[in-house]
Structures are given as structure tokens and as C-alpha cells.
Design a protein around this ligand. Structure first.
Ligand SMILES: Nc1ncnc2c1ncn2[C@@H]1O[C@H](COP(=O)(O)OP(=O)(O)O)[C@@H](O)[C@H]1O
Ligand SMILES: [Mg+2]
Length: 396
């Protein structure tokens, strides 16, 4: 395949390793400086310029977009997507993952365990917010920090309040998050490629530092990942729309607690710690997927007037329960069921013989008018989220 690696750091360990792994496998690979692209929307079709000239044809692109150029970088990736060039990480995925609030919001509806987190703006809401996540000590995070910069542990509510006020006065938004004390300056970084974890390491913070980032002096060791950590890492990456991702998890008392999903994970630490060829796994994965460029399904399926995508939930009392998909009458109403979600399992292309159960969720394509009548009025709040204990921090 012909592969473009988007990177502003051609000599960095990660870029070098990826380039080398591609060359080794006989691929035609170029490292292109993300900032030298031009997005061309003047012709009949979406196009890209590189250093002022029309870009040649590529089969796949591997974006390594640094934090400082998210906007421009994701615009370039989005343009590749419009041109049907395969990318393991979409512009949408990269943008969503980069902002810690946005990522937490997206993950929060998918039963991904995360440290209790809250986001407020008004001064009057700060102390109650800290108490809601368990009180001090409490972690304060800038929304777009990286390498541990912008992650602060405030020992008391007073200090937390002062830090938050200072940051907000300089127009920086912050997350307030429970300090997962039992993780003791250690965390797990799992490298997800496609639908598996290809390598994992534990990072241990230096001295009394609580941040385990390698850039903060953290040391790394290989780790045999517990299946629960593996499952959570893969699901998190998948939900974020990232097929290459570094998922950071704290080792909480009850299991993994996802902190963030990185769309351009560094390879040096993890390859050194595990001696595994992570770069090779990434290149092989891309090579396997090249035929399937990302399609914005909703957008493409919504171009016929009156047709669109909707999720229909089978309710206990509805007349769908107990019927097979064939008997449901959906097809007759010009509605096709693309996937059936049951709990955490997904049945793609469900057959007509599938019997519907209460709470099944059907992702459908069809006539919006017909589907509208099947979508119940907005559901209220469900109480599946465990309430936090009244007393902040439980001492152990
Ligand atoms: N809620 C938390 N409880 C305990 N430690 C945390 C918490 N959040 C972050 N940390 C520590 O700080 C490090 C950096 O946090 P993270 O959210 O991953 O930000 P960054 O994007 O800067 O890496 C983590 O690797 C972890 O060691
Ligand atoms: Mg991190």
C-alpha cells in the first residue's frame, strides 16, 4: 500500500519506527509534515495540496497529530476522509479524544468505568462539585493538557478552590475529578490496535509525584493485562472512534478506571518496556483495513429526502416484544434494521428470525415519518449510576 504518515516530527522515535515498519513490509511510505498541506475545495471533488502541489494518490493515512495543531491537523485528516482514503483514526475521533471533557461525556453513556468527574463554571458551584466527586484531595485537570502538564492534585478544598479560580480567571476550563488514591502514582497504558490490545505497560511515578507520565519521570514496566482492563481499553477506543489508541487506566479498587484515550500514543515507552513490535502491528492493521475507508454513515444515509437513521428501543409493553424481526412489520414500513444492540452485545445484520426482547435497541434506516411514531417520548433519568457515598473519601 501507499501510506502517508502525518507528522511534524519525522525524526521522533515513533515516526521512525512506523516508517521503518512500513518499509520493512514492502510498503511505499512517506512522512508528510501536517502543516504543509493545503485543503482544496475549489474543484469538483475534495482535494489536498502538499507543499503547494496536488497530492498524489494514497491508500491510507496514519495521523500523528500533536496537541498544538489539533484544528488544522484534524481538518487535513477530515479531507483525506472526504477523499475516501483510509485512516485508522478519524478527525472526529481525534477531536473527541483530545478534549478530556468531551471524551468523558462520550464514554459516560457506555458503561466505561471512570473516576467520578464533574465540570462547572460558576464560583458558587465549585465546592459542591468537589464534594460530589468525593472531596479533597481532588484532581484538577485542564481540558487539553498532555504529558501530565495541567494535571494538579489539590490537597484541600481551599487550595482546590484557589487553583480553579486562578485557572478560570485566565479563561481555562478545568475538570474536577476524584483522586483515585489506591492507584498510588501508578497507571496502565494499553495500546489498542483494531479490536485488541497489542501491548500494555504499567507506569510508575517518580518519588512522591502522583502523575505517572513518562514525561514526568515515570518508569515503565511490561504488564500482563487483566482481561477486564483489556476489554475496557478496547471498548473505550472503539467508542471514541479510534483504531489506534493509547488508553490510560488507573488501577482502582474495583478494577480499571479510564482517564483518557490518546489518539497519537508514543511508542518508545511501550516498545521498550514490552520489547513488542507495536509499530509493526499498527502497519499490519492498516494494511488489512485499507479497503474500508471510514464512511460517515449517518451523513450518507440521510441524503435521500425523508429517509434517515434512528434508534428504536423495544419497550416492555410495546407490541414488538416476542415477535421476530420478520413479524415485526418493520420491513413492510420500509425500515431496515442495521444492528441490534442487546445489553453490551451487538448483533450486526440481524436475521428475520431474531426474536425481540424488551430493551433491545434497533439501529434502523428507513422512512423518518414511519420511525418517528416508533420512537417513544424522551426517557427520563435512569438510576443505574451508583450514588457516591455521603462521606467523601473512605479512608482506606
Ligand atoms: N483521578 C486521578 N487519580 C489519580 N491519579 C490520576 C488521576 N488522573 C490523573 N492521574 C495521574 O496523572 C497522570 C496524567 O493524567 P492524564 O489524565 O492522563 O493527563 P495527561 O493527558 O496529561 O497524560 C495519569 O497518568 C495518572 O498517573
Ligand atoms: Mg495520560
Amino acid at each position: 500500500m501507499k501510506l502517508a504518515i502525518l507528522s511534524r516530527a519525522p525524526h521522533s522515535y515513533s515516526t521512525q519506527r512506523l516508517r521503518h515498519a512500513a518499509v520493512q513490509r514492502g510498503h511505499d511510505v512517506k512522512v508528510l509534515n501536517t502543516l504543509r498541506f493545503g485543503i482544496d475545495l475549489s474543484g469538483e471533488e475534495p482535494d489536498l495540496l502538499f507543499r503547494g502541489k496536488q497530492l498524489s494518490t494514497y491508500d491510507a493515512v496514519l495521523p500523528r497529530i500533536g496537541n498544538s495543531i489539533t484544528y488544522f491537523g484534524t481538518a487535513v485528516v477530515r479531507q483525506f476522509e472526504q477523499m475516501d482514503v483510509y485512516t485508522p483514526n478519524t478527525a472526529y475521533g481525534i477531536t473527541s479524544a483530545r478534549d478530556k471533557l468531551r471524551a468523558t461525556q462520550i464514554l459516560s453513556r457506555h458503561e466505561i468505568p471512570m473516576p467520578p468527574t464533574t465540570f462547572v463554571r460558576d464560583r458558587a458551584d465549585v465546592i459542591p462539585a468537589i464534594e460530589r466527586v468525593g472531596g479533597a484531595p481532588v484532581v484538577i485537570k485542564l481540558l487539553e493538557g498532555t504529558q501530565g502538564i495541567g494535571v494538579i492534585l489539590a490537597p484541600t478544598i481551599k487550595v482546590a478552590e484557589a487553583i480553579i479560580e486562578t485557572l478560570q480567571s485566565t479563561r481555562q476550563n478545568v475538570l474536577i475529578q476524584r483522586f483515585v488514591k489506591e492507584s498510588k502514582g501508578r497507571d496502565i497504558r494499553a495500546l489498542v490496535v483494531g479490536d485488541r490490545v497489542v501491548a500494555a505497560m504499567r507506569r510508575v511515578a517518580q518519588g512522591d509525584e502522583f502523575r505517572s507520565n513518562v514525561h514526568r519521570g515515570g518508569s515503565v514496566e511490561p504488564v500482563d493485562l487483566d482481561p477486564e482492563f483489556e476489554r475496557v481499553a478496547v471498548r473505550s477506543a472503539q467508542i471514541m472512534g479510534l483504531r489506534v489508541a493509547g488508553v490510560d487506566m488507573l488501577e482502582g479498587r474495583r478494577g480499571p478506571q479510564v482517564m483518557e484515550v490518546n489518539s497519537s500514543p508514543g511508542l518508545q515507552g511501550v516498545e521498550t518496556a514490552t520489547k513488542l513490535d507495536v509499530a509493526g502491528a499498527i502497519i499490519d492493521y492498516i494494511d488489512n483495513q485499507v479497503a474500508f475507508p471510514e464512511i460517515d454513515v449517518r451523513q450518507r444515509l440521510s441524503v435521500s429526502t425523508g429517509y434517515g437513521v434512528a434508534e428504536i428501543v423495544v419497550h416492555g409493553d410495546a407490541d414488538l416484544v416476542g415477535k421476530t424481526l420478520g413479524e415485526s412489520g418493520l420491513r413492510e414500513k420500509d425500515i431496515s434494521v442495521l444492528t441490534l444492540h442487546r445489553g453490551i452485545t451487538v448483533i450486526p445484520n440481524p436475521r428475520a428470525s431474531h426474536v425481540l426482547e424488551p430493551e433491545d435497541r434497533l439501529l434502523c434506516f428507513g422512512k423518518l415519518e414511519e420511525m418517528r411514531s416508533m420512537i417513544p417520548s424522551r426517557r427520563g433519568r435512569s438510576r443505574k449510576v451508583k450514588r457516591l457515598p455521603k462521606n467523601p473519601i473512605d479512608g482506606s
